[in-house]
Design a protein around this ligand. Structure first.
Ligand code: SAM
Length: 233
């Protein structure tokens, strides 16, 4: 059974796709999609031996080795040059790691006749991910936000193509689709963020060693978030 988070990721994998799930750990996502006949083929890429063995075991357990292959590799190196994957998913890591994997694989990605869809689920640092996408001619086509087991997760889906307009700083920070909806989970995430920033401010005050600029920066950020949360338009 897939977590709600990975179910939402799965929703954006087109039917009959060839999927590369990078940082797959147990390969839960590709195995579930293959079991449900939702995909044609999949690669489960993993850099670390333990998780790679988990992936292999899971694939064997369901007798799926004709459809899903586990490869121990760093990032997109799990994809061979002749393999025309339709979708790359990278889930459950920080935004910086996701961007690092995409940047390292960019030369390879660029060569695709049809660039794959990217489904990214950064645990933190989603702004960095949106900036990367915009700088590399990917357009965000959908976003999801959900809470599961006390964590709030964001999912960003992007297809190749430049959008007419560049994303604003606000859209990059909050997510263009998430910002347009501002659903309850979104409100909760950013209310928590304000609380966190305010705690940092108090600590800075107590320490009295931080430069004023840092304090102003935090106050500015709190103002921006409050502005978004209070704007009901
Ligand atoms: N994608 C699964 C999910 O969302 O449930 C597993 C997430 S797990 C927290 C992150 C996995 O990414 C770890 O198993 C880690 O070893 C792997 N990983 C981190 N950097 C990687 C890289 N450069 N290439 C391949 N795998 C990587």
């Amino acid at each position: 059974h897939l977590s709600q988070r990975l179910q939402l990721v799965a929703k954006y994998v087109p039917a009959r796709a060839f999927l590369a799930d990078i940082g797959s750990d147990h390969a839960y996502l590709p195995v579930n999609l293959a079991l449900n006949q939702r995909i044609k083929r999949a690669i489960a890429g993993e850099i670390v031996s333990g998780p790679y063995e988990n992936a292999r075991r899971e694939i064997e357990r369901f007798d799926l080795s004709s459809m899903v292959v586990a490869r121990q590799a760093d990032g997109l190196a799990a994809i061979k040059s002749a393999e025309k994957v339709d979708v790359i998913s990278i889930c459950g890591m920080g935004g910086a790691s996701i961007c690092q994997i995409l940047t390292a694989g960019w030369e390879q990605l660029k060569k695709f006749a049809r660039w794959p869809r990217l489904i990214l689920q950064p645990n933190v640092g989603s702004m960095e991910v949106r900036c990367w996408l915009q700088a590399h001619s990917y357009q965000i086509i959908a976003e999801e936000i959900l809470e599961e087991d006390g964590h709030i997760y964001e999912i960003i889906v992007a297809d190749p193509g430049k959008s007419q307009q560049l994303l604003t700083d606000q859209q990059l920070l909050f997510g263009p689709f998430l910002l347009a909806h501002k659903d309850l989970t979104f409100q909760k995430k950013w209310s928590l963020e304000i609380k966190k920033l305010k705690r940092v401010l108090v600590q800075l005050h107590r320490a009295q060693i931080e430069p004023l600029a840092k304090e102003q920066q935090l106050q500015q950020k709190i103002k921006i978030i409050e502005g978004v949360l209070n704007d009901k338009g």
